[in-house]
Unconditional design. Structure first.
Length: 103
């Protein structure tokens, strides 16, 4: 069965990049979290890109915030950026997360 979301991770010597798209919603939160936690190296810079998700909700945003906080507590670089459709952008902005995703 094909997953309703996409998670791509790129590693190099000092940093890693995670690209997420598709349905980033509560229905898939556990599997997204499981896959990310297995592959993220919490000793390297992390760049997270949310790329035109078809759905996003507060559960996913809270999970990303928890990763950001873990990085900040360790003094490690963390970057988050997002590209959204107009509808998804309005949802994120109206929920108060404009600055988080640099919209």
């Amino acid at each position: 069965m094909e997953k309703p979301f996409s998670l791509e991770i790129k590693h190099d010597d000092n940093k890693q990049e995670v690209i997420l798209s598709g349905e980033l919603i509560i229905n898939h939160a556990d599997i997204i979290k499981e896959e990310l936690m297995k592959t993220i190296d919490f000793s390297k810079h992390l760049n997270v890109k949310v790329d035109n998700p078809t759905g996003i909700d507060i559960t996913f945003i809270q999970f990303i915030l928890s990763i950001k906080l873990a990085y900040e507590n360790k003094g490690l670089p963390f970057n988050l950026e997002g590209t959204f459709s107009d509808d998804m952008s309005a949802l994120v902005v109206n929920a108060g997360f404009r600055d988080l995703f640099k919209l």
